[in-house]
Design a binder for this molecule. Sequence first.
Ligand code: HMG
Length: 419
Amino acid sequence: MDKPVVGIDAMAFAGPECFVEMAALADARGVDPNKYIKGIGQRQMAVATPCEDTVTLAAEAGRKALEAFGIDPAEIGTLVVGTETGVDHSKPSAVYVHELLGLPARCRTFETKHACYGAMAGLTAAMDWILSGRAKGRKALIIASDIARYGVNTPGEPTQGAGAVAMVISENPRLLALDADLSGDFTKQVMDFWRPLYSKYAQVDGHYSIDCYLEALEGCLDHASEQLSEDANQGKPFQIGELDACLYHVPFTKMAKKAHHRHRETELGDRVSREDPRMADILGSYGAKVSPFLSLNERVGNIYTGSVFLAMIDFLRQLGPEHAGQRLSLFSYGSGSGAALMFAEVVQGAGDWSATLDPTAELDARRALSIADYEALCAASEEADLNNSEMADPARWGLGSGLFYTGTVDHQRRYARIG
Ligand code: HMG
């Protein structure tokens, strides 16, 4: 019996109300703005106020995905929130989101943590749940939600960000069909990036983390290419030349360029230096298959688990009817480390949803912060989770309508929709 077609049926992005211009941040840090804008590849950075947390961002993304694609919450049988910036050592953020979205009690609900790989782990678990037959027609809601904090005046500061991407996984999806037969996995214990229990800020060995990411990409490519020799997968489009888009985890957009370079080198079995004539081909395919889908990441920054899926929204919002059947690769890397490579195909009719998926108007409507205001928000966020903290007051930060974290009282987190 043929396997059912399983994939992404609905998607949406939600981000905080405020952002910082990278040029302004560079000025304040006494750095050439070109380092942040060209060298790292970031134009803006989303900044969460103390009233926007992993739960509010996740619930907003989930609400938008369900509403925009006309999905009844009663159809959801699995909810996974992938995050490395959870709000409790024990209670999963997914349970708050479950209540805020009005999901049914008969729903598997859990949080996944593996640095930036958490949501990809949720996605593959959802696919397996449906393929096993246990879903019985129900859908899975997978939400990637994170706030990346390295701290003021650190090398990681220009690679911060915040936001959430929600995806509904189902049979006969309306956007992308996931390839259930071809994938690559990689795990290796490394200390490239981690966040000790006592800290809101990540510890990172920045340059080493880039090497770890690239090693994991090679590992996933090797694993997937071995499966191509199996009969069932013969003839599957796999090489960059056969793919229409290559989406990578995007901690900063220059990283996707480095990843694409290594992807091609792995295919060639050789290193390609800047002077090598094959470099022109690599840059050409980067310009056609990677960089057109990085403009949202450039404006939001690193959203950890969601960042590869934000690039996916960028890809989907540019689709027209002629793009049905296009094939893409999807690489997720989580520090520490774990990674996965998957493949997907654009389904007929996906282009009808491009305008619905486009978050540009929402990004345009954000409020630009001065560097002094951004630093004040960072300081306030350090206290916002304390019991009876006054920092989680939406009025204090000029927040209008929306879903907000309003503080911890009696050691319990409170959420409220205002306006
Ligand atoms: P840095 O040391 O400050 O920067 O930190 P740099 O000196 O390496 O410069 C960065 C780039 O800017 C270089 O380009 C420079 O040449 C260029 P490259 O050689 O890499 O192509 N540059 C300029 N370009 C134009 N004009 C100029 C100029 N000056 C310099 N004037 C670093 C950079 C990314 C290491 C730092 O920001 C950091 O530690 N970030 C956090 C770690 C990170 O994002 N790692 C990525 C891989 S690990 C990962 O993706 C997982 C993660 O998302 C976490 C998770 O899994 O949960 C992080």
